[in-house]
Design a protein around this ligand. Structure first.
Ligand SMILES: Cc1cc2nc3c(=O)[nH]c(=O)nc-3n(C[C@H](O)[C@H](O)[C@H](O)COP(=O)(O)O)c2cc1C
Length: 170
């Protein structure tokens, strides 16, 4: 399983959640956009960027199941995540099972980013599963690292359903 952290802001709740998910299983890999910032699509790429893109595509190829965690920024996914996804095509995501999670600022935020991401992933040919979960600020405590148990267990239930795994939260 591959986890993509769609927030390039360091020490974010999104990152905390992704790190937790990435630790659940030895076969789970993490792509954290804070470490993978590529130029806006269309701007010049150097050798290092090209090598990075090849590595990212090879990594994605290894996984049939992908979890994408996106923050909601101004009613949409983050610019970092959109730019990252713009480097990929249908060929890369075709028939990959994608489970989307959102992190939001509260006040019922998150759904717009998830709807936005659903359209993008559909356009990339992915099989986006219908389950989706939003984490509000109070669900992820940056100081203690605690994540809302009920939401985490719901997340694990969905992951187990779509990966045929039996992961538990320890
Ligand atoms: C530029 C920007 C725009 C944001 N816009 C929204 C928004 O439209 N709706 C919302 O619920 N939260 C919004 N937020 C809050 C983020 O969703 C929230 O900070 C993030 O998802 C979760 O926290 P994290 O940054 O610690 O990961 C915004 C944050 C930033 C930095």
């Amino acid at each position: 399983m591959l986890v993509i952290c769609g927030n390039a802001i360091d020490n974010s709740r999104t990152q905390l959640l992704c790190n937790k998910l990435a630790q659940l299983n030895a076969d789970t890999n993490l792509i954290d956009l804070k470490d993978k910032c590529l130029p806006i699509v269309g701007l010049p790429l150097d050798e290092q960027h090209r090598a990075e893109i090849d590595t990212l595509k090879a990594e994605l190829k290894k996984h049939n199941e992908v979890i994408i965690v996106t923050p909601e920024f101004h009613g949409a996914i983050s610019g970092a995540l959109k730019n990252f996804l713009d480097y990929f095509s249908k060929e890369d995501f075709y028939d990959k099972k994608v489970f989307m999670l959102g992190t939001a600022g509260g006040n019922k935020g998150g759904i717009n980013a998830l709807n936005n991401l659903r359209l993008i992933m559909r356009s990339l040919g992915a099989l986006v599963i219908s389950d989706q979960i939003v984490f509000d600020p109070e669900d992820i405590d940056k100081t203690t690292g605690q994540i809302n148990e009920m939401l985490l267990n719901r997340t694990l239930d969905v992951i187990n359903k779509f990966t045929m795994n039996n992961l538990v939260n320890n």
